[in-house]
Design a protein around this ligand. Sequence first.
Ligand code: G2I
Length: 438
Amino acid sequence: MSTQFATAQQSTLRSAADSLGIDIGVAVDDNLLQNDSTYRNVISEQFNSVTAENGMKMETVQPSQGNFDFSQGDRLVQFAQQNNMSVHGHTLVWHSQSPNWVQNLSGAEMEQAMVDHITTTMNHFEGDVDSWDVANEVVENGQLRNSFWLQGIGSDYIETAYSAARQADPGADLYLNDYSIDGINSKSDRYYQLAQDLTSQGLLDGMGFQAHLILGQVPGDMEQNLQRFADLGLDVRVTELDVRIDMPASQQELQQQADDFERVVNICTNIADCSGVTVWGLRDGDSWVPDTFDGQGAPLLYNDDYSTKPAYDAVLAALGGSQPPPPTETTEPPGTTEPPPPSGDCSAVIEVVNDWGSGWQANVSVTGPTDGWTLSWNWPGSQGISSSWNADITESGSSVTASDVGWNGSIASGQTQQVFGFIGSGPAVEPSVTCSAG
Ligand code: G2I
């Protein structure tokens, strides 16, 4: 058996990222967090970092002057703490999703309001939010964006914001963040200057690259670009990754998308100071993309029924998680031939790993020898499978069959691999399973 196969034990994005010491994050929608237990469950199983998709933005946090509402952020922080995840804060100073009242101020009043917002928000989350996108999307057309902030306060507003942030929570990492700066271009060049400037004053810790990408268009110089920021002494981070496709997406496009995701994750793992990759939403239907780009969609790792897409497998593989054993790699001395694939005697076990009342999650492991497996079992009662990953499942009445999806089919004699998982409905059970090899 290949040595790589024997060591590829990380079967979730999270466990794989944990073993690399980097974040694999997801943007979280507050409504789904409150109301969808499968959503919560998949996120806590697969990700070790979260970002509020909207819940920590200024219009949410301070809808009228001096009235702070941290309820969405608090919910996210609580979820993160319960599940031992880090929190990346997004965002304090942005031209979009800012309340009207602040846009109507000017000069010293606007500056004071900006500083107050940063100070109160960061003080509130001190110790709970690890890093912040302090200013978001402040460059446009190679120069500082002509936002209400720039008009109201003047060009030193960015430095003022980062000074206030540094004072408010000296323990938090302070990031700049923007889109279309993934490769080397006039916009990322302007950020390079800004980053040098803030870094020289000790006001910046990280550079965030949103990476809202179009299928097949990971910039060829993305790694070089991130590396030049890392060389300033900064952490770099892919903060809002998605890869949009003209709908409907073909199998070939989904495979291209998988390659794009894999490339981006590889870029991060190739750079020592890349703190992680965050995907901008869990399921395709949760994404902002279809609302914004007519006819485009399917930009994320999960389908709407929580089944995984090829891009999920690619990210897992890029993080060094479970993947197909390379066909040529072997511990046999060169020149000997592989033994024929084992044909019999596999066994399998279903283990319930989480039960939240309205649903439950089980992981399934198979013990070899087998080169391909089909498992079958019967539900004792009203159980069913509402979603699954890494297996082809057929349910008919109370009987279920599950078979491998290719890369997770081969298991050496005596070796046990966690091969797939599912979300069950009805009362949680662990029925006995028959395993057929081949
Ligand atoms: O636009 C994509 C992202 C670009 N970088 C900064 C991110 O903060 C931004 O995220 C998106 C969210 O994904 C959307 O969910 O920011 C949008 C606002 O600019 C968010 O959309 C807004 C909708 O436009 C509103 O209609 C909606 O009420 O989300 C709001 C809250 O659900």
